[in-house]
Design a protein around this ligand. Sequence first.
Ligand SMILES: [Zn+2]
Length: 407
Amino acid sequence: MTIFDRRNETMRPDLVEQVQLERLQALLARLRRNVRRYADIVGDTQIDSLSDVSRLPFTTPDDLVSAFPYGMFALPLREVIRLHSNVGPGGKQLVCGYTNNDLIQWGRLTARQLVAAGVTSNDVLQIGFGDGFLAHSLGFMLGAELIEASVIPEDTSHIEYQLQVLGSYRTTVLITTPTNAAELVDLLHATKTDAQSLHLRSVILTRPVPAGLREDLETGLFARVQCCFGIPEITNPGFCVECEHGRFHVNEDQFLVEIHEGELVVTTLSREAMPLLRYRTQVACSLQRGKCSCGRTGAMVTPGDRLDGQLRVREMPLYEGQVADVLDKTEAAGQPFSLEISDKEVAISIEMSQRLFGDQMRLLADLREQIRSEFRTRLGIPAVVRYVAPMSSVEERDLPGQPASEG
Ligand SMILES: [Zn+2]
């Protein structure tokens, strides 16, 4: 496999440290000058070596929420040419801004991953995500255009059409979510389509998957699977590169990484519009240094679980607080509930009360539809609603208005 940015991806560790220190010092000067929040808390702390970074304050997702929308920006809005919304703690909105240089850099970082996956200008790339993945799509587009691969951006909501495009355009590289990739495998089985009849060579997934699922997808799609790992507030794709040995190498010329009490903490070293100092990513992680035979020298990270209770349904981030917020907009407001989360849907068991018990079957059915509709429109995820007896959040009981089956 080739390396897109050999100078930066294989830089000697002592040189990386030197680059990081210089960029960190420049970053502190910019933050003091341009971001009031940082000017107040960084003060005149001087950094003489990388280990001094531990004397600097952390930034948390809550800081981004409270600074929403522009409080973390280090440049005037007229220089910020792209804004991407993200979901923050408890489902609150936060935003990331990019200058023109930020977008150019993002493209170059994404290209590192694409080239590591073997993408060349001869490839036909199908970038297929559902709702909520626009930032991913645009990031991959920037990288793919830099490599001059042919790009087909498309929407995955019509999976039959997606499969048709895979076949008729002779797509060689598919970039998508693990859920969508698994659904494509199911569709190939269901339609008795031989995966080898497609021209797929490589599949790039938005997030790491367990080894078993990776093998299933590789067999099912008859293609090599590589994964991305990143944090939307930092960058994703583009934070690190998964090499041919399955190791996630951080792009350390751009990101300073630390592990604090098991959590990944990242400082963006060159970002212009919204630099983040010691950002607590809420992702459990371990970090390893050493040689990898791919030649890359970037620190190797092994990401683990989310530490902030963030769940995932159809690849969309979800917090329990969001479920309560949505229910509060319906007749079920204030009712105790429990959740069962799967990759495909969220199942909500709502405890019945005298108030809901007394309702007619019709009203409970209406309420069920109202809740499902609110979940679809507000969070973009499918919901299944059950009514359960009080104090029994698991056992479903025969209750008025309980249809025989779920739709
Ligand atoms: Zn490697």
